[in-house]
Design a protein around this ligand. Structure first.
Ligand SMILES: NC(=O)c1ccc[n+]([C@@H]2O[C@H](COP(=O)([O-])OP(=O)(O)OC[C@H]3O[C@@H](n4cnc5c(N)ncnc54)[C@H](O)[C@@H]3O)[C@@H](O)[C@H]2O)c1
Length: 254
């Protein structure tokens, strides 16, 4: 069966297209490529247009009158940008969706699934960041905000960071801890408590022991990598780096 996927060149839309194909269905992609990737449309029926482009919508349903339903994934999705540019986001996401639903209804294709924003389910809790360089702390902050984390606790002193974690351990159970701290990102070389000692201390604490710990350092040599594994680091990243490319996938995956 055929399904129209708006935003089918994006992350969620292209994954849905693959799942539909795996189940023997035919996805039809409508995407403006404003942020989407053309390669996700390769080998698929693809209309390069805006969701509010009525003539294109009419053409799609003329070409494929057997479309069963529309999966609406087209959107702008960067949360901080949406608060900085609210009118643009409102027009693109709310205004154009209303246009799309109106046309679908008029054409007699009212069945749709709406991929709503994950942000309506609240932000995820914050990471603790131990980093003595203000510039790197700022970069990590930006990456964390983009990834949807809030309440970052930043520390430039290793011992202070550990004190804070011990306080969390006293106030929480392992189950409630993850609601306030999603994990720790730590430099290895830190004043008063290095990253390896911190990681080992976390692993030895019954409440903290399962927290993801990312070691983020210019010192990830082979030896250090071995040490990181021995003390139980979840991931290790070298810096300086193209931080959005290296930290975001890691942050998402832990
Ligand atoms: N990524 C997630 O983890 C997640 C989780 C839950 C819900 N969602 C929601 O799913 C939807 C898609 O998210 P995503 O992560 O795939 O985003 P994405 O940025 O990867 O994809 C969005 C796609 O929509 C296209 N697009 C944007 N505006 C358009 C317009 N006016 N006309 C045509 N195409 C347009 C973009 O080019 C892009 O290909 C969003 O509503 C998002 O809030 C995402």
């Amino acid at each position: 069966m055929k399904y129209l996927i708006t935003g089918g060149a994006g992350y969620i839309g292209s994954t849905i297209a693959s799942a539909l194909e795996d189940a023997g269905h035919t996805p039809i992609i409508l995407d403006s490529l404003i942020t989407g990737r053309r390669e996700f449309t390769h080998g698929r029926i693809f209309y390069h247009a805006d969701i509010a482009d009525r003539p294109v919508l009419e053409q799609i349903f003329k070409d494929h009158p057997d479309i069963q339903a529309t999966v609406h994934c087209a959107a702008l999705i960067v949360v901080p940008e949406s608060t900085a540019r609210p009118y643009e986001y409102y027009r693109e996401n709310v205004g154009k969706s209303i246009e799309l639903f109106h046309v679908l209804h008029e054409l007699g294709y009212s069945r749709f699934v709406f991929s709503s924003s994950a942000s309506v389910y609240d932000l995820v809790p914050g990471f603790m960041v131990r980093e003595d360089s203000p510039l790197i702390r700022r970069m990590l902050d930006d990456a964390l905000v983009q990834a949807g984390y809030k309440d970052r606790q930043g520390f430039s002193d290793g011992q202070e960071a550990w004190k804070y974690l011990e306080k969390l351990a006293r106030e929480h159970s392992p189950e409630t801890l993850r609601a306030v701290c999603a994990g720790v990102i730590s430099d290895i070389e830190m004043p008063r408590m290095d990253g390896f000692t911190l990681t080992r201390s976390i692993r030895e604490n019954p409440v903290l022991k399962d927290l993801p710990v990312v070691l983020f350092s210019s010192l990830i040599s082979k030896d250090n990598e071995k040490k990181g594994i021995q003390v139980g680091a979840t991931a290790q990243i070298s810096k300086p780096v193209s931080y959005t490319h290296l930290t975001l996938p890691t942050i998402y995956s832990v």
